[in-house]
Design a binder for this molecule. Structure first.
Ligand code: IPE
Ligand code: IPE
Ligand code: MG
Length: 254
């Protein structure tokens, strides 16, 4: 029975797929897509070639997540700290959402995927925001996988802004301090209404969070791989899910 179910969801391309169980697929997977620059360097190519090839992995992993029945896929595409990079690289990165959506939006729509973004839009170039807004508008009623791009996202700023909004509500007499609880914080984050990630994946061998979803990852399982993002495939993704399924999530209990 399980085999039959899987044949619907998982294409046989991954031998890892056969070890997965249908019942325990993470609802929300978050990915720090790292290593594009090193991928390019190792091939004697400019860093931007790594970013460009990384788009193929975005497509592949989106489809793989959709086939598995993952509900939310959050992809860290640009951090509030990435503005420190050379302008030419930043400009290139800011053109990728447009290019990605120009190629993939129709197929995302055909697959019932809903596109969202989280991050500070004001600082992004107009063309980047317009492309994303068009995609969000056109997929707003889709009921399948939610593909959430973290773009110009930073967790400390997200939490600081939440505290400011909560402080203003207290100042205006709309909220008393003893009414503030964990859900008050959660409701003031970009991820309001979205369950916390069950699984965090980071590629490229770095073992840190780099200001990504610090609040939301409190009890997420973490999985790291040395594979650079442009090389990250459906088979690697299944490997991460299989490992997730072997873990015991205790949340402080026994
Ligand atoms: C991830 O790859 C993409 C972004 C951070 C935008 P990097 O560009 O960080 O690649 P490395 O870490 O330098 O190899
Ligand atoms: C994190 O990667 C940000 C994204 C993947 C978008 P970085 O490459 O910016 O992280 P650090 O600088 O190595 O911590
Ligand atoms: Mg990096």
């Amino acid at each position: 029975m399980i085999d039959r179910l899987w044949s619907k969801f998982v294409k046989p391309s991954s031998d890892k797929a056969s070890t997965l169980t249908v019942e325990n697929v993470p609802q929300h997977v978050a990915i720090i897509m790292d290593g594009n620059g090193r991928w390019a360097k190792s091939r004697g190519l400019p860093r931007i070639a790594g970013h460009h090839t990384g788009m193929k992995a975005v497509k592949q992993i989106t489809m793989a997540a959709d086939r598995l029945g993952v509900k939310y896929l959050t992809l860290y595409a640009f951090s509030t700290e990435n503005w420190k990079r050379p302008k030419a690289e930043v400009d290139f990165l800011m053109k990728l959402p447009q290019e990605f959506l120009a190629i993939e939006l129709e197929e995302l729509i055909a697959n019932n995927v809903q596109v969202r973004m989280m991050g500070y839009r004001e600082a992004l170039p107009g063309h980047t925001v317009e492309a994303l807004e068009e995609a969000m508008l056109r997929t707003a009623n889709n009921t399948g996988l939610i593909l959430n791009f973290a773009l110009n996202y930073g967790s400390r700023k997200e939490m600081t802004d939440a505290v400011k909004l909560i402080a203003e509500a207290v100042r205006d007499g709309k909220l008393s301090p003893d009414q503030i609880d964990e859900s008050t914080m959660s409701e003031h984050l970009f991820t309001s209404g979205i369950p916390d990630p069950d699984l965090l994946i980071r590629t490229s061998g770095e073992l840190r969070l780099s200001n990504f979803m610090l609040w939301q990852l409190a009890y997420s399982e973490m999985w790291f791989t040395d594979v650079y993002w442009p090389d990250f495939s459906e088979s690697h993704f299944h490997e991460a899910i299989a490992e997730y399924q072997r873990r015991a999530r205790r949340y402080g209990g026994l």
